[in-house]
Design a binder for this molecule. Structure first.
Ligand code: AMP
Length: 232
């Protein structure tokens, strides 16, 4: 299956894409993660991309495509993948179409995670990573026990460089301007999912709109996918 996760920053695309990977085996491919790795390694591309990322702007298509093209050629993507945070603009959607066409592939589904703006703001401004456990937490939504466990592990709650209020506002407006219009483009493949609630609840809703996901899971269906099932 080749799936795109669409949705504003903070809608939970990364969390849900990782869950789907764990469940079904298609790797989560996050352009944000690929870019952050390039920044952390201080590659020439990473050094050039950092300014746009810190400002909440989109990194140039050329650099994102260079990373993505290489990642999608890896063996683990041959049976499918989950794109998280790509495409983010009409030009990227065109580039993705070309890339897939060149390898005779097609998209099977576009999952749109929907969440009101006030909740997105809280999710993003409250988002922290525990430096000791690596666990993703939120100062507004995580339970007192989870926050205490991080303190007990001697962890500091780290904030992503681009999770400041000013950058978040810009990332949301870039999303509205450049990414949201893709919904119309993908109308045929679109599955809208209400992203309010716990990660478990949202994940269940995603599995419901991707009925074929279950039939692709070896554990759920040892006989393998049923023939003739449509994934689009
Ligand atoms: P994310 O982790 O998906 O929220 O991405 C973090 C930042 O990386 C974004 O605000 C952009 O600056 C950059 N970025 C991630 N994906 C893309 C993309 N597909 N096109 C351009 N820039 C991107």
């Amino acid at each position: 299956m080749r799936i795109v996760f669409l949705g504003a920053p903070g809608a939970g695309k990364g969390t849900q894409a990782r869950r789907l990977e764990a469940r079904c085996g298609w790797p989560q491919v996050s352009t944000g993660d690929l870019l952050r790795a390039a920044v952390a390694e201080a590659t020439p591309l990473g050094r050039r991309a950092k300014a746009a990322m810190d400002a909440g702007e989109l990194v140039s298509d050329e650099w994102v495509m260079a990373l993505l093209d290489e990642r999608l050629r890896a063996e683990d993507c041959s049976g499918g993948f989950i794109l998280d945070g790509f495409p983010r603009s009409a030009s990227q959607a065109r580039l993705l179409k070309e890339l897939l066409r060149a390898s005779r592939q097609r998209l099977d589904a576009v999952v749109m995670l929907e969440l009101p703006r006030e909740v997105l703001m809280k999710r993003l401004t409250g988002r922290r990573t525990c430096s000791a456990t690596g666990k993703l937490l939120n100062i507004y939504f995580s339970s007192a026990e989870e926050l205490a466990a991080s303190r007990a592990a001697g962890g500091e709650l780290m904030q992503r460089d681009d999770d400041t209020e000013e950058t978040i506002a810009n990332r949301l407006s870039v999303y509205e301007r450049q990414t949201r219009p893709l919904l119309a483009r993908y109308a045929d493949l679109l599955r809208r999912v209400n992203a309010m609630g716990t990660p478990d609840e949202v994940f269940e809703r995603i599995l419901e709109v991707l009925p074929s996901a279950d039939s692709m899971m070896p554990a759920a269906n040892p006989a393998g996918p049923s023939p003739g099932k449509s994934y689009g």
